[in-house]
Design a protein around this ligand. Structure first.
Ligand code: HEC
Length: 253
């Protein structure tokens, strides 16, 4: 019995490890790969705002076009900058060594980022930059302290300030006032307005992280659909297997 409990604990250990976030509260993010419009908007944000620095080397434009219901010609025309072709991977021109020299650390490839950190982490991270004059880019981040990435979405979001101590930051809880759309509580608040309201910005980031989640697991919808079929098969097969078992054992007793 003791061994059984130890085995269960060992099985659960990786779950506990991956759930650890350094104590910072993460906002929930439930990806929806069936929402093609959201994924399309997310892809547009990704190619426009992230691919200056980050690649998605394991994702092909053409595969995304197919999965997200977009004609190849439109993707080639509106979502591919530079001379890449629609059949190619979403690579970037910036050499890793330049990235390391400019930012202290090269911007990592983001194809599998949501698999590594989880959707909630990426969703919270992208909305948690705040003003910090002590940092090279003038911003710091609540979930990734002393991050080397500038807040590339500041034009959309505006500039946030942080009015918590590091200890308080660990327990911040943010809510949006449903009437005014203004963010309540939490440590961060907008000091200089950007182009979007808090709610619009959150929606933009939701779509972006939804797209990143799709890239991390492009076959999720298919595997779920196959999963249902397998369960139905097993259910029907059970009756045949049971009948066969009865047939085999009927002379034994
Ligand atoms: C100007 C260059 C630049 C742009 C543009 C940029 N990033 Fe970054 N990003 C970086 C750098 C540099 C790092 C590494 C930071 C570090 O490790 O300190 C980084 C790190 C990250 C990380 C954390 C990676 C990790 O360690 O797990 C995520 C997630 C991320 N970026 C997402 C994005 C997204 C999404 C966009 C588009 C909205 C974007 N970045 C645009 C430079 C950039």
């Amino acid at each position: 019995m003791k061994k059984f409990f130890i085995a269960i604990l060992l099985v659960l250990a990786p779950v506990a490890a991956s759930a650890a976030t350094g104590g910072v509260h993460l906002d929930e993010m439930a990806p929806d790969h069936a929402n093609k419009e959201s994924l399309q908007r997310g892809m547009a944000t990704f190619v426009n705002h992230c691919m200056g620095c980050h690649s998605a080397n394991f994702q092909r434009y053409e595969r995304a076009a197919m999965d997200l219901d977009m004609p190849n010609e439109l993707v080639q025309k509106h979502l591919i900058f530079g001379d890449s072709k629609v059949g190619e991977q979403m690579t970037i021109a910036m050499p890793q060594t330049d990235g390391a020299a400019w930012f202290g650390t090269p911007p990592p490839d983001l194809t599998l980022e949501t698999r590594l950190r989880g959707e909630a982490w990426v969703y919270t991270y992208l909305r948690s930059f705040y003003k910090d004059p002590a940092r090279p880019w003038g911003v710091n981040n609540v979930v990734f302290p002393d991050v080397g990435m500038p807040n590339v979405l500041e034009g959309l979001q505006g500039l946030q300030v942080n009015h918590c101590t590091p200890a308080e930051m660990a327990h911040q809880v943010k809510t949006i006032d449903p009437l005014t759309g203004v963010q309540m509580g939490g440590c961060l608040s907008i000091a200089e307005k950007g182009q979007l309201s808090v709610e619009e910005f959150d929606n933009t980031i939701y779509d972006l992280v939804n797209f990143m989640s799709y890239m991390g697991n492009p076959v999720k919808l298919q595997s779920q659909a196959i999963g249902y079929k397998v369960l139905i098969f097993l259910f029907i097969f059970f009756f045949f297997a049971y009948a066969l078992k009865k047939e085999y054992w009927k002379d034994v007793h």
